[in-house]
Design a protein around this ligand. Sequence first.
Ligand SMILES: C[S@@+](CC[C@H](N)C(=O)[O-])C[C@H]1O[C@@H](n2cnc3c(N)ncnc32)[C@H](O)[C@@H]1O
Length: 299
Amino acid sequence: MNIAAPASPDLFARAGAPYHGGTFKTQLLKWVGSKQRQAPAIIKYFPAVFNTYLEPFLGSGGILGALSPRQAIAGDTFAPLVQIWQALATQPDTLKAWYAERHALIAAHGKEQAYADVLEQYNQSPNGADLVFLCRACYGGVVRFRKADGYMSTPCGPHDPIAPESFSKRVDAWVERTRGTQFIRADFRETMDRARRGDLVYCDPPYADSQAILYGAQDFSLATLFETVQKCKERGVFVALSIDGSKYSGAKLCNLPIPDGLFEHEYFIEIGRSMLKRFQMDGRTLEAHGVADRLLLTY
Ligand SMILES: C[S@@+](CC[C@H](N)C(=O)[O-])C[C@H]1O[C@@H](n2cnc3c(N)ncnc32)[C@H](O)[C@@H]1O
């Protein structure tokens, strides 16, 4: 299969997947590992022509929002997060209200107390309505969970969370950009199994060593991911996979169980400064020393 990589933005327009990566900076959710800033650098390596776009590790949808594909399936295993995305797609006014109601607690009780109350409510019963406020108000947008039981423990941030009016505008912008997207709560295998010949899958998996405490102890195996990528490739699906060069560096990188011949190309993507650099978590420093993500392509 001959695909020009990197593809130029006008090729995306011809493929029916208008490319807006260079201009879309509106962030809906704050999320560790968001790829929104790197989106143009990553998207330029996508095939010039593809059918459905699938993103099995959606997180805050940094690539999905920038790409704004005509037809897409986006999945994540984290239920409260998927509730937010599904509300965006089917009840955007409800999503706006979730944020506004919780933001109103700031005027009533002060920011710290409002945050503590919403956090307590969330930890009693994790849900999207609380998470959307917490991710915008928490320290550095680093939503993190206690590994043992999924308890969210991030403290309140020093900043003022954006006003409900501003959040509502962001919702409107994201509704437009994700009109063709179906959001599902699913393990990556389930999402990737839906990919057919000519579709494009972009994977941005968690990193086993550090991100387990950020996203909770979800079932994730890199070896299984590679097997699933292999099956996609055999079906004629294009797969692009981001691997964080900073966390898989040196000897560790060599130990990655990448099957021979699975990937055809590898590119280094500038990531600039990592969010994780700035935070001390439970006495451990999650540092990202590297400056480049790797993008592996099966095409
Ligand atoms: C590195 S983040 C993705 C960040 C995303 N690219 C963005 O721009 O925000 C990885 C995501 O994978 C999800 N995840 C973890 N294990 C998963 C699994 N087994 N299947 C699907 N999603 C999973 C996490 O909930 C998290 O949202």
